[in-house]
Design a binder for this molecule. Sequence first.
Ligand code: 13P
Ligand code: SF4
Length: 303
Amino acid sequence: MMAREILQQISEIRARRRAIILAHNYQPPEIQEIADLTGDSLELSRKAAQTDASVIVFCGVAFMAETAAILNPEKIVLLPRPEAGCPMADMITPEDMRRIRSEHPGVPIVTYVNSTAAVKAESDACCTSANSIRVVSSFSRAPAVYMAPDQNLAQYTAAHTSSPILHWHGYCPFHHALQPDEVLRRKEEHPGALFLAHPECRPSVLALADEVTSTSGMLRFVKESSHERFIIGTEVGILHPMGKSSPGKEFFPASEKMFCPHMKMISLDDILHSLETLEPRVSVPEDIRIRALHAVQRMLHLG
Ligand code: 13P
Ligand code: SF4
């Protein structure tokens, strides 16, 4: 089938099914182009919580679709390629979480949304890269806060809150791979360019950044900035929406290695197939969902 025909069919079935297509900022350009909403993890969770659509087609990785399913037990949530996972989410298990809880009594656990539903269910609150400081600060009366699974987000948050922070040792393989010497080389190649980094980068990289923020935070920053040139320290998929929303500005990836293959699995064909068959569905066992919902809602209530 020609791309134009696929697009036409997607829009027909989307309307008939009362479906909404959500896509993360790292998705391939053609997926972002047909989405009803693109955004960072926080924006997509908010949209998933508010939509009155009957079907949510989630173009992202499994933890994002699971979050939509946690928030919408009555809706059909589709992840067109269920094998699209997040390696960081798999770096901690519910058993690890229970051990942390018993080793640190009285210490609330704040879990990055890049985690499985079963891990969220063991948490006091979730956070994203856009609100980790706000969420951790809400526990200011606790003796300390434990953050899981991302060591880098935890260290970044610790530097911006007064709470003592303990943390798990997970990481994103594609953000953690970026080294300061690579950033310094890019800065030499592009003098005067501002360096933006995602909080999943290691602390020695964040120390070189002019701005540390989530993927949508980066989109807003470059649009509002009077600067024209930027080195981008996050997954390269962000360059598509960046070029679109800030035409005429120049963007240089901090490293070509910052490519997340899990975010590139879904094709237009997969979306069409999912809309036709209403498969593959994402669902979360009710006992886990209820406990995970509590942690996700605490995050969403904090704004
Ligand atoms: P954002 O929440 O900033 O979109 O990041 C999600 C993610 O997976 C980063 O690797
Ligand atoms: Fe997970 Fe990293 Fe891919 Fe984000 S970029 S989905 S943290 S593996």
